[in-house]
Design a protein around this ligand. Structure first.
Ligand code: MTE
Ligand code: MO
Length: 491
């Protein structure tokens, strides 16, 4: 038996792998039925905590790109592997049809096992069959010499297939439940948005966000690259575990309950001291307490694990959950997919990570257990730290300077913001925006001073209990950044 150029085999098997992944995407879009999505979830889940923490500190947002690239490579490798087995088998037995069939069955089996969807898995198998077929047809073991032209044509058609599949995958489930600027917004929400607008400080600079963040600007933190797609009609949440009765509520039942609109600020424990992962929206939803009362928890730890469609989970005290709220609208729009469509949790005053998106289960526990981030060393389930951000400064003429920002202390509220323009030797009170109604909402501050030379501007907040934001600096990991924000401003 003669050998054949395995470099050409590699070309066709890789084309099979790439087009197989594209075929999967064409029928699933960015959902968990896409072969890459469960692989990505597994990569995210099994990456050691120390590496995740290091990545968040040192790589930041781009860390997502690394694990998604790895997940794509694994998916392509698996399907290419199926094609390669087919190719070799065809050659060994000299039975092309058997080889092609084997490649197809393997590709289908792998995809079905990963995505748990045997039907849609066919779409990954079809291109694998096609490209391993072309590979096999390019020659027998004895005279294997695909022409340059054949390789080129195959690669070009693979590319075209990937393009078409990408387009298909995007439309296949219709548009995201993204917001629609012309949608009907209820009067109640409209009034709250207007109030926030009116109470936002009228600063000279225009880099200061308002008291309500627009949906586009609102920060986003997710563990997985693929946001779950959960149609409201398919959604329900179950309260289970240590309860007298399991309680399951559908979207329709939930939205029939008494409706509340709340201003709520979220802040991520992982953000830098003067970072931008802190935002506020008007949320529409219903309190969680009546559901808890109906389930009647009897667990020993007084704690609950919240689980979501993306395999995210977080545990915190039932007490905190009692004040929480299940939201299905943000600024009067259906909750966008990236913020947890159709229903998310909002826990007053606690770090962002407790505000579970795509909620699907609340399990009351007997014993405390770590959540996703806690397993990775974070301590982010408690109340937020007090912070005053310095987000904007502007020269306003006559040698004067305006500095401005937002301050937040969770349910303790913000009572005062103090500003120093001399590195902390002397302090003055900043002007504050009128407090918005609600237990968990930030305020804006603003301060104007005469500029003389170089200033080190320092800001610090005093919360509603009279406690001053601590001066000592610490990194975000593991329990949120601390210290006073300062900025050196030269003339
Ligand atoms: N299901 C799920 N919920 C989640 C997360 C997640 O990755 N998955 N991220 C959490 C974190 S760390 C934060 S800070 C907030 C961010 O919410 P946002 O993306 O709507 O701003 O959601 C929390 N809820
Ligand atoms: Mo977060």
């Amino acid at each position: 038996m003669s050998t054949y150029p395995s470099r050409s085999d590699a070309v066709f098997t890789i084309l099979a792998g790439i087009t197989g992944v594209a075929g999967s995407f064409a029928v699933t879009g960015y959902t968990r039925r896409f072969i890459v999505a469960p692989i990505d979830a597994l990569v995210v889940r099994t990456t050691p905590g120390a590496i995740v923490a290091w990545m968040i500190q040192n790589v930041g947002e781009e860390a997502h790109l690394l694990h998604i690239a790895l997940s794509f490579a694994i998916a392509i490798g698996l399907l290419a592997g199926a094609a390669l087995v087919g190719l070799r088998t065809a050659r060994r037995l000299d039975r092309p049809v058997v080889g092609v069939g084997l490649a197809g069955v393997l590709a289908w089996g792998i995809t079905a096992a990963i995505t748990t969807d045997p039907l849609l898995a066919v779409a990954a198998a079809v291109p694998v069959v096609a490209f391993s077929g072309i590979g096999i047809g390019s020659g027998t073991a004895d005279e294997y010499d695909p022409s340059r032209r054949r390789v080129l044509v195959s690669a070009t058609s693979a590319l075209a297939f990937v393009g078409v599949s990408a387009a298909f995958g995007r439309m296949v489930f219709g548009p995201d439940p993204e917001y629609d600027a012309n949608a009907e917004i209820s009067d109640a929400v409209r009034r709250l948005l207007q109030q926030a607008d009116e109470q936002s400080l009228d600063t000279a600079g225009d880099n200061l966000p308002g008291l309500v963040s627009s949906i586009d600007e609102f920060y986003n933190v997710d563990i997985a690259e693929f946001d779950p797609r959960v149609p409201a009609d398919d959604w329900s949440v179950t309260l289970t575990g240590q309860v007298e009765d399991d309680v399951t509520v559908t979207f329709e039942e939930l939205t029939d309950k008494p409706i509340e609109h709340r201003y709520v600020t979220l802040r991520c424990v992982g953000e830098e001291l003067n970072g931008r992962k802190m935002d506020t929206a008007v949320w529409t939803g219903t309190p969680i307490k009546p559901l808890l009362e109906e389930a009647d928890p009897n667990g020993e730890c007084g704690c609950a694990m919240l689980r979501a469609e993306d395999d995210y989970f977080v545990q915190f005290p039932t007490d905190a959950l009692e004040d929480a709220f299940l939201a299905w609208e943000m600024n009067g729009q259906p909750l966008p997919r990236s913020h947890g469509h159709p229903v998310r949790v909002l826990v007053p005053g606690h770090w962002g990570e407790t505000n579970v998106k795509w909620l699907d289960e609340i399990e009351l526990l007997d014993e405390e257990m770590d959540g996703y981030w806690e397993q990775r060393g974070w301590h982010g389930t408690g109340p937020v730290n007090t912070v005053a951000k310095l987000w904007d400064y502007t020269r306003i003429g006559d040698g004067r300077l305006e500095v401005a920002g937002h301050a937040y202390a969770g349910t303790r509220g913000i009572e005062r913001v103090e500003v120093s323009t001399d590195g902390g030797d002397t302090w003055a009170d900043a002007e504050l925006s009128q407090p918005l109604p609600g237990d968990d909402v930030w305020r804006q501050w603003r301060y104007v001073f005469e500029q003389e030379g170089v200033h080190e501007v320092v800001v610090r907040a005093i919360d509603g209990t009279g406690e001053r934001q601590p001066e000592e600096r610490s990194e975000a990991f593991p329990s949120g950044a601390t210290g006073w924000v300062s900025k050196t401003i030269a003339p």
